[in-house]
Design a protein. Structure first.
Length: 182
């Protein structure tokens, strides 16, 4: 049975490397996982007072997370951390108090960057914060990906054999994690 995955991509650029990575992972996951992109750029900055008339974008976020089997966060690294747009989404989905949408969801974190450490610091911080809000985090394998445009085709398929094998093993491990903890 295909499992649904709510996906947060931390870069809002149309030509985001992390969005390209998500599309590549999605292709590799066909038949096992179905990805649904969370539109975290549509969320207002967190403000508890807004719950009086909850923004539609927040209600959609919480609904998508709650009706997904798992969560995948794909993040760039900004100043040794993950982008504020992800933190904002994390905060919205934990509220109102007692209605934490993240709780119990199998989760994984990956990301890419042109730098040699492939968003490793951002991933470590994000994993910590997602565990704190109650996700069941996949700790291994880790996927710190240095972006190499030559490894991907225009249709988001992975053309580099070594990269394809690695990403396929990551996707398979995540699908197995969801089966075990979902």
């Amino acid at each position: 049975m295909v499992k649904t995955v709510a996906v947060m991509v931390g870069s809002l650029r149309k030509d985001s490397l992390n969005l390209k990575l998500m599309k590549a992972l999605q292709k590799l996951a066909e038949g096992r996982l179905e990805f649904h992109l969370l539109h975290i750029g549509d969320l207002p900055h967190y403000n508890e007072e807004l719950w009086a008339e909850a923004p539609e974008s927040v209600l959609r976020l919480k609904d998508r997370i709650e009706h997904s089997d798992a969560v995948l966060a794909i993040t760039p690294e900004f100043n040794r951390s993950y982008p504020g747009v992800i933190k904002n989404a994390i905060d919205w989905a934990t509220r109102p108090y007692g209605q934490n949408s993240w709780k119990g969801k199998p989760a994984a974190v990956t990301g890419t960057s042109p730098g040699v450490i492939g968003a490793a610091m951002a991933q470590a911080r994000l994993k910590n914060d997602l565990v704190h809000v109650g996700t069941v985090m996949m700790s291994m394998p880790e996927a710190y990906i240095q972006w190499n445009a030559e490894a991907y085709a225009a249709d988001s398929s992975v053309t580099d054999e070594k990269t394809a094998k690695f990403l396929q093993s990551y996707v398979d491990a995540f699908a197995d994690w969801i089966e075990k903890h979902g």
